[in-house]
Design a binder for this molecule. Sequence first.
Ligand SMILES: *Cc1c(COP(=O)(O)O)cnc(C)c1O
Length: 230
Amino acid sequence: MTSIKDNLADIRQKITLAAERGGREADRIKLVAVSKRKPAAQIQEAIDAGQMLFGENYVQEAQEKIPLLPESTSWHFIGHLQSNKAKIVAELFDVVETIDSQKLADVLEKHLATHDRKMEGLIQVNIGLEKQKSGVMPEDVEPLLLHANKLEHLRIVGLMAMPPYMSDAEAVRPYFAKMRVLADQLEKKGLLGQQTKTELSMGMSGDFETAIEEGATIVRVGTAIFGTRN
Ligand SMILES: *Cc1c(COP(=O)(O)O)cnc(C)c1O
């Protein structure tokens, strides 16, 4: 088994090469190390190898692990978030990638305002139009942005997607391309990318290189860094 350090070096190299192929700047691409179901000791190993940005899916697990790790780390919430857990997430995380309703955006805003804290958010898009998956349908992103762009403490900076699972990364490419087109359309309408460059979070262990070629600015990689999860 290769070490977390070697895995990270390998992925950073692949990110650089994929960015070159896509004609993009590699330093514009953020690597979120997805540490769900991995112990704090392994996260510390990644930190020792220079990785400071992590992603977690479960509120309770994050609540236990994040306080054990250096304050200089940043955390993206990438799991399905229920409004009743939004308070904890608003206190603990730096970015919520999975905003999928007006209600969730409003509840996060309320808690952030209470703490006078600012946070960035991404809207999760159900780009594969899959019935059981979370995320808003592509046509519902615009009304959600029209509402959420008025919030003061939660700033929507882009879109996130988890396309249908496929073992062949090439088969996922059209979904990544659709996300890029959707983000471009929303930018043209002045709904995204007004204050900062639009973030596009897409691509995981099996397909992050393809996602980067198609415009990802954030990739979320777990298994390829930490090994398989139990
Ligand atoms: C678990 C997870 C990942 C990481 O998946 P890997 O295949 O282990 O890289 C990325 N994004 C989300 C939303 C996840 O839940």
